[in-house]
Design a protein around this ligand. Structure first.
Ligand code: ADP
Length: 174
């Protein structure tokens, strides 16, 4: 059985097997949670990202790829590219966001991770409406863990703000 939980805090400080990063398709680092993860993890993560992009090109929206976690309290960082709100028809955007969560969990399972933390992908500069993003995230993770009941012990939704945390608490109680 997999526990789905939410906490308010900084995702870079919470020990798990794999931390998911809301990356961009160039895996180039940036602001928001991406910047925080690279700042806390150190340069080895960006070096590995550069090698991945050199070998296979930009990471398409909705897909995920894993690197080491540098100095972060994790074994892996799983980089996934969320949809930019307004760039896709709404149904496609929802499906792409769900795909981020599913692909990230696939990557974690393939690396024998038992615990995974997620930020609220796409809800910062990528502008995805927060309620819809939260519903999509929880539904996608619930579906994935139902299909893979023995794969993970714990999936943690890490929220930066109190409002986001409240939203996840309500959604997880449904
Ligand atoms: P995106 O480009 O996918 O929108 P952002 O990093 O701009 O990504 O924002 C995604 C979410 O991550 C936002 O809800 C933001 O509040 C949150 N966030 C930013 N920094 C952190 C952090 N250190 N830990 C957890 N969540 C964070």
């Amino acid at each position: 059985m997999t526990l789905l939980e939410t906490v308010q805090g900084d995702i870079t400080t919470i020990p798990v097997d794999a931390i998911v990063n809301a990356a961009n398709s160039r895996l180039a680092g940036g602001g928001g949670v991406d910047g925080a993860i690279h700042a806390a993890g150190g340069p080895s993560i960006l070096e590995e990202c550069r090698r991945i992009v050199a070998a296979r090109g930009h990471l398409p929206t909705g897909q995920a790829v894993a690197t080491g976690a540098g100095r972060l309290p994790a074994r892996f960082v799983i980089h996934t590219v969320g949809p930019i709100w307004g760039r896709h028809p709404e149904d496609d955007a929802v499906e792409l966001l769900a795909s981020c969560y599913r692909s990230s969990l696939d990557e974690a399972r393939d690396r024998d991770c038992r615990t995974v933390s997620f930020p609220a992908i796409s809800t910062g500069v990528y502008g995805f409406p927060k309620d819809l993003a939260c519903r999509t995230a929880v539904a996608a993770v619930r579906e994935w863990v139902a299909e893979h009941p023995d794969a993970l012990d714990r999936v943690l939704f890490v929220c930066f703000s109190a409002g986001d945390h409240e939203r996840y608490l309500e959604e997880l109680a449904r």
